[in-house]
Design a protein around this ligand. Structure first.
Ligand code: ASP
Length: 350
């Protein structure tokens, strides 16, 4: 009898913990069944709140996210590779001034737009990345070229631009990337900075958001890939490079586990090795993608420096389960599964 009471008490505790975890979760998991192929994207996380978005502005973001993910979806549907789907989806987002990548990238302290990008192939663990380029129209193409056409993983600055030209990638005048709203953003942050050094992200700025773009996909051949592209953080200086071109922090893909793209305050994502940590928790500890992403974002990352590490990830596992996990008020995001079911969201779900 005593044993029975102990067992019942134990089960009650386990059950209540599970419900608590689930109800306090900020994660979104799409699909529990196996998906033949799947694609998930983000357009940055940050202070993205309904009160800062008119219906028209919301619609603009939703339309661009839909346009981008549909490009990747069609590649996957037609039997294309996850690498191509990731690359082509990111190009659409880089070409849009709405996001902090390609055209519309944030400004450095010196008034440049400097881009970082990376891509990783989950089948071979091959990867390519570029950092601090100013003239390459689509940095994700450069990252792909570094992976496919060079013996290296990460090229930076002017050298990366020379390589881009040698690869006949599209190069543009630096003015192509500039937008009025990002210039205003630089002025705002510079004003704030008068009081505090390196105030290159401040949650108090009404429309402050990161705006990096990323994509993770599983193709019909069972291969995973992920990619990320960004202008980094407003007012960055000294050749600062964030997490986006750092394999294991901003991007990671491994066919044994998952494909991940991060967005958020890059310094914390590097210190937390966020993308690789999620994969490692799955590979070495047997966690599901959802558990792993939640552990890393809501646990580890959120604890660094008393919660300064803000941002999120999108990820897909090798069964086609997709996860979008973030600790900010919002994240531009979308998923599409093998049935063509589209999910787009900007704000935290209530
Ligand atoms: N993670 C990027 C960086 O720190 C910024 C972002 O996600 O928007 O460079």
């Amino acid at each position: 009898m005593k044993n029975l009471i102990i067992i019942i008490a134990f089960l009650a505790v386990v059950f209540s913990c599970k419900t608590e975890t689930e109800s306090s979760s900020n994660s979104e998991k799409i699909n529990t069944k196996e998906n033949e192929f799947a694609i998930v994207i983000h357009g940055g996380a940050g202070n993205i709140k309904p009160e800062n978005f008119s219906e028209a502005k919301k619609a603009k973001y939703q339309q661009k996210l839909e346009e981008a993910i549909t490009v990747g979806y069609n590649i996957l549907k037609n039997g294309g590779t996850s690498l191509d789907a990731v690359q082509q989806t990111i190009i659409i987002l880089e070409d849009s001034p709405l996001f902090n990548a390609g055209k519309g990238a944030v400004f450095t302290n010196e008034g440049y737009n400097e881009h970082d990008a990376s891509i990783m192939d989950g089948k071979t663990l091959n990867a390519g990345a570029s950092a601090g380029t100013r003239i390459v129209k689509n940095p994700i193409n450069l990252a792909r070229a570094v992976m496919d056409k060079s013996p290296h993983v990460l090229l930076s600055g002017r050298g990366a631009e020379v390589f881009a030209k040698q690869q006949n990638l599209n190069v543009v005048d630096p003015s192509y990337f500039a937008t009025e709203s990002r210039l205003k953003g630089l002025e705002r942050v510079k004003n704030l900075e008068k009081n505090e050094l390196s105030a290159f992200y401040d949650d108090a700025i009404k429309d402050s958001k990161f705006g990096t773009v990323g994509c993770a996909a599983l193709d019909k051949h069972g291969n995973l890939a992920a990619g990320t592209s960004t202008g980094g953080m407003t007012n960055k200086r000294w050749g600062r490079i964030g997490d986006s071109p750092i394999i294991g922090a901003g991007t990671y893909a491994n066919n044994n586990t998952c494909a991940v793209s991060s967005t958020g305050w890059g310094e914390y994502f590097i210190r937390g090795m966020v993308a690789h940590d999620i994969s490692a928790l799955m590979e070495y500890k047997g966690l599901s993608l959802q558990e792993a992403a939640k552990n890393v974002i809501q646990g580890k990352l959120s604890k660094i420096d008393d919660g300064q590490g803000n941002g999120g990830v999108i990820a897909v596992d090798n069964h086609g389960n997709m996860v979008m996990e973030f600790n900010t008020p919002g994240m531009f995001r979308a998923t599409m599964d093998a049935n063509g079911e589209l999910n787009i969201a900007l704000f935290k779900k209530k």
